[in-house]
Design a binder for this molecule. Structure first.
Ligand code: SF4
Ligand code: SF4
Length: 413
């Protein structure tokens, strides 16, 4: 296993992080706890020391299973990363209550890496106004958390603003060879690294889409490589080729994939791809872009839209949905990013056809017309789904409070 150093602290993290959001399932769809625990311990025995979880993953079960897996001496060998979701927070007291509950669930007295979860510009401002930065200071001071960070799904400008707003030790961004100019992107990666933040990469394979079913035209390019590698290996090696990346998270739930990832993580030094290999990946990226519905490069020149549309973000999710029509997650992702579930509303249907963006776009995309297409294709169920999903999230936050009020139970119980 290779390790990279957190610049501000000197902590050594395995370049492969275990993402605990996709545990193996039982036949009835629940978490296969026994298998998940064996996989986690196998990864630790092979040198993985960074485990990323969140209350949202597996509806709360992810933290529970990780806590169980780390019993019996494993806790001391790893760093736990978990998160505070802004949608679960209504007042400052919620932050302490949620963190104390997480410590109890994870069976530990401290969280090594604690993140404000899924920030974008508006959600960060809301959390800041609720006192999140003072909460992080206090939790670091009393030892409940060691390092403070945030995970991010907004645009590069908002990202830089958040990086500069606090003395973070790390951040977590979506990054892969298709997302160089989407969300924080390469610009954000370099910016965070230049400020001394460790960068944890999520979705290095776009949720498995770059490693699962591959479009035929893309596979043909991979087949030309003199060294035969799986698409997953190419995708991971591309991420680790960047010296600014500290850890790449993989949501591992298959023993064969875990062992493949462990092998690659023992070899993928920064700068280890040859110029020819980088060119091959560039060709794959170009082929993916050719197959996509909209040739948006994510440059962001068209932003901000006066009516709040996240133009490159809407196109990115629209393209994902078109590239992988077998995967319904694309539309859920769109609703999550733009429907107001994770922050402000930024969906294509907000477009008022003013045309401001079209004059600036270097790709000369007919953006107002495309926004109509995106809205028609992606927003059919949005009006129903957003309130339902928000209600579920709200209930998951409030139910714990009601239960404790009835039973008198404390968060540490
Ligand atoms: S045309 Fe639509 S997307 Fe473009 S700036 Fe105007 S409202 Fe925003
Ligand atoms: S200016 Fe054009 S290419 Fe750039 S992000 Fe906007 S739509 Fe995409």
């Amino acid at each position: 296993m290779l390790y990279r150093t957190v610049p501000k602290t000197g902590d050594n993290l395995s370049i492969l992080g275990f993402g605990c959001m996709r545990y193996p399932s039982t036949r009835t769809g629940g978490v296969d706890e026994g298998r998940a625990i064996r996989q986690i311990r196998h990864a630790i025995d092979a040198g993985v020391n960074y485990f990323d979880t969140a209350p949202l993953y597996h509806m709360g079960k992810s933290e529970q299973v990780l806590g169980k897996a780390l019993a019996g001496g494993y806790r001391e060998k790893v760093r736990i990363a978990t998160k505070l979701l802004h949608l679960s927070v209504f007042e400052r007291g919620d932050m302490d209550r949620i963190l104390d509950g997480q410590l109890s669930t994870l069976r530990t007295d401290h969280i090594d890496y604690y993140l404000l979860h899924s920030l974008a510009g508006a959600s960060f401002e809301r959390m800041r106004n609720l006192g999140a930065l003072e909460f992080l200071d206090a939790a670091k001071k009393d030892g409940r958390i060691i390092n403070a960070g945030f995970s991010f799904h907004g645009n590069a400008e908002d990202f830089k603003g958040i990086v500069d707003a606090y003395d973070w030790q790390f951040c977590q961004i979506q990054y892969n060879f298709l997302d160089e100019q989407n969300q924080a992107g390469t610009e954000g990666l370099r910016y965070a690294a230049s400020k001394g933040l460790a960068v944890i990469v999520m979705e290095p394979l776009r949720g498995g889409n770059l490693a699962g079913r591959i479009p035929d035209a893309v596979q043909k390019i991979w087949d030309e490589a003199p060294v035969k590698r799986s698409p997953a290996e190419w995708g991971l090696r591309w991420v680790w080729d960047h010296p600014e990346v500290t850890v790449a998270l993989s949501g591992m739930n298959d023993e064969v994939h875990i062992d493949e990832n462990l092998r690659i993580a023992g070899e993928a030094l920064p700068g280890s791809l040859s110029p020819e290999e980088r060119m091959l990946i560039d060709r794959v990226r170009d082929e993916y872009r050719r197959l996509m519905k909209v040739g948006c490069t994510g440059c962001g020149y068209c932003m901000p839209c006066p009516f709040g549309v996240d133009i490159p973000g809407c196109f990115a999710d629209y393209n994902t949905s078109a590239l992988f029509p077998h995967d319904r997650a694309g539309k859920f992702q769109y609703i999550g990013h733009h429907g107001g579930l994770m922050g402000g509303k930024s969906y294509a249907g907000l477009c008022r056809q003013c045309g401001k963006c079209q004059k600036i776009c270097p790709q000369h995309l007919p953006i107002p017309g495309l926004m109509k297409d995106v809205s028609k294709e992606m927003e059919g169920m949005m009006g129903v789904m957003v309130p339902v999903l928000k209600g579920l999230l709200w209930c998951s936050g409030k139910l714990g409070k009601v239960k404790r009020a009835i039973t008198g139970e404390t968060a540490h119980a």
